[in-house]
Design a protein around this ligand. Sequence first.
Ligand SMILES: Nc1ncnc2c1ncn2[C@@H]1O[C@H](COP(=O)(O)OP(=O)(O)OP(=O)(O)O)[C@@H](O)[C@H]1O
Length: 303
Amino acid sequence: MIPSILVENVHKRFRDVHAVNDATFRINPGEVVALLGPNGAGKTTTLDMLLDLQRPDSGRIQMLGESPRQALDTGGIGCVLQQGELLKGVRVAELVRAMSALQPAPLAFDDVVRWAGLADILQRRTERLSGGETQRVRFALALVGDPRMLILDEPTAAMDISARRSFWATIRMYVADGRTVLFSTHYLEEADAIADRIILMANGRIVADGPATAIRAVTATRMLRCTLPAAEPDALRRLPAVFTVEVNGDAVTIRSGDSDTTLRSLLRDYPDACDIEVTMAPLADAVLAFTDRTGATPAGVSR
Ligand SMILES: Nc1ncnc2c1ncn2[C@@H]1O[C@H](COP(=O)(O)OP(=O)(O)OP(=O)(O)O)[C@@H](O)[C@H]1O
């Protein structure tokens, strides 16, 4: 089977920043894959290389069995980028029709309108659109060529919750007949709800690649904060499920893969601990705590 996306040992540097460091992955037709990672992980740079907006320093990329440029020229790929303004001074319907007219095999106008949910804004001028509406029009422009594959860079960034929901419902219908979608996001919940598979990036590297259930083990990290006089980091590190410990005067921060178990032992061994707070670790924190700990990946996950 020809993979939709093939990335092999790809590197990209910007001066002293190694934005993408030895990325390798393969995405098959019909897969919906999330590229998940904190700010600066290398998601946009990776997607830009797939779309020929950046060239890798080394490594190989194939899209639908061709070079990214060839795949784009034959209309095989639709994309929604983070940046790029819509043409001003035109109505949404005019813009969609004009872009459709440039496609070798366009999707019917009514289908574009239905998929992208544009019915109520067709006569609106592009400069009058809200952030979420602009994203919907961008999505429509990604669909006009009826592509086999969609590449979406944080497609729901400006949308409210209900717009997000209907957007992802559309994507689910869109992939039902075997099309491929790769999208980037900061949100585990979003990746988890939509994707068959999650590729997790941090600091330019792919740190995990597998089904959402397995990636959840990485991101289930909790932060446990408490006040504890004369705390010894090494002793705290030996509590069960602990990834990292920071001690700052009396303030202790523990990152744990199983906060219930850690907390029970903490209270048993350190009855002086008080002001205890348990919160979800931010994604960046969770990924780093996880990769610092063992360098290992959870069961069912490759990298
Ligand atoms: N054109 C550029 N010139 C210099 N550095 C860059 C350039 N583009 C990206 N970088 C750097 O490369 C790293 C990866 O950036 P990238 O935008 O790919 O991350 P990201 O995961 O998409 O982040 P975000 O979620 O914030 O969009 C960052 O350190 C960024 O500052």
